[in-house]
Write a protein that binds this ligand. Structure first.
Ligand SMILES: Nc1ncnc2c1ncn2[C@@H]1O[C@H](COP(=O)(O)OP(=O)(O)OP(=O)(O)O)[C@@H](O)[C@H]1O
Ligand SMILES: Cc1ncc(CO)c(N)n1
Length: 268
């Protein structure tokens, strides 16, 4: 059952640790991927670390190519960072395929069994480029178990289990992890997000503003903000609401790259 939820006024100062890690791709525009993640970490008061999973050739409207980083390099960079820093929360963005993702998750849990992973399962970009994820779905349950929360959009959640409808998919994944479902691409209620925080409970997170600029990379900013709010030790519902406030403030803050982005009205 879904309920409206208001964030508590409790003052969670924390900082347990100041490091948050992004394992994601490089986007030369800086709107998406590790550059945007690092900027978001900084804006939340964290020192950002990054491991680059791919060098991409893209701008805000055209994704042309992805040159994947060798898995050994990714794992070795992760190990090297953990030698020096205690990292309580990691955000993962674009990864080449499920097997690579599973190996990254195994490594993270080996290095810090208490690690909280925020997974943004990016399969395609808003500009239309499809990442060729393997169809191997057997490892999915293991992947969900190793994530603290996942942040798919409506298209992504639907493509995870082609044989299931959205509610069955959510019911299944919720057995293993929490879901922040992004509503930026919804045709009915644009901008209405949902948080499924345990097997049976969910809240709706509705839009704050009537209009926002549509920006390239907003999903990356959202998952990075969520990672920071989790690192700040907010309870998950508060973390999700803080994140929605942050992303909409960001989406209103400027027209974004090149000033060509249109204002979009949120659904009611
Ligand atoms: N018109 C809107 N009004 C309010 N919030 C919006 C609107 N459009 C997008 N958002 C918010 O932006 C955030 C990102 O959602 P979206 O579904 O666009 O993610 P994404 O698809 O991963 O991002 P990207 O478009 O960068 O690939 C969500 O919190 C969503 O609700
Ligand atoms: C590197 C990178 N990560 C994520 C996205 C999805 O916005 C993108 N376009 N590029």
């Amino acid at each position: 059952m879904k309920k409206n939820y208001t964030t508590s006024t409790a003052n969670y100062t924390s900082l347990v640790d100041n490091y948050v890690l992004s394992i994601a791709g490089h986007d030369p525009t800086g709107g998406a991927g590790i550059t945007s993640d690092l900027k978001t970490f900084e804006a939340h008061g964290f020192y950002g670390l990054s491991v680059c999973t791919t060098i991409t050739v893209q701008n805000d409207t055209n994704f042309k190519q992805s040159i994947w980083t060798n898995l050994d390099i990714i794992l070795s960079q992760i190990e090297t960072l953990f030698e020096r820093f205690h990292i309580p929360v990691v955000k993962i963005g674009i990864v080449e395929n499920w097997i690579t993702l599973s190996q990254i998750l195994d490594k993270l849990h080996e290095l810090n069994p208490k690690i909280k992973v925020v997974l943004d399962p990016v399969f395609k970009t808003s500009s239309g480029f499809d990442f060729h994820y393997n169809e191997n779905q057997e490892i999915l349950d293991k992947i969900w178990k190793q994530c603290f929360i996942i942040t798919p959009n409506y298209d992504e959640i639907q493509s995870l289990y082609p044989d299931l409808n959205i509610s069955k998919t959510i019911e299944h994944i919720s057995k293993f992890t929490k879901i922040y479902l992004k509503g930026g691409h919804r045709s009915d209620l644009k901008g209405w997000d949902e948080l499924y925080y345990d097997k049976t409970s969910a809240i709706e997170i509705f839009p704050i503003y009537k209009t926002v600029y549509q920006k390239h990379g907003s999903g990356c900013v959202l998952s990075s903000s969520l990672a920071c709010n989790i690192a700040l030790n907010y309870p998950i519902k508060d973390a999700a609401i803080n994140t929605k406030i942050y992303i909409e403030t960001y989406l209103r803050s400027s027209k974004g790259l090149l000033g060509t982005h249109q204002m979009v009205v949120a659904g009611v």
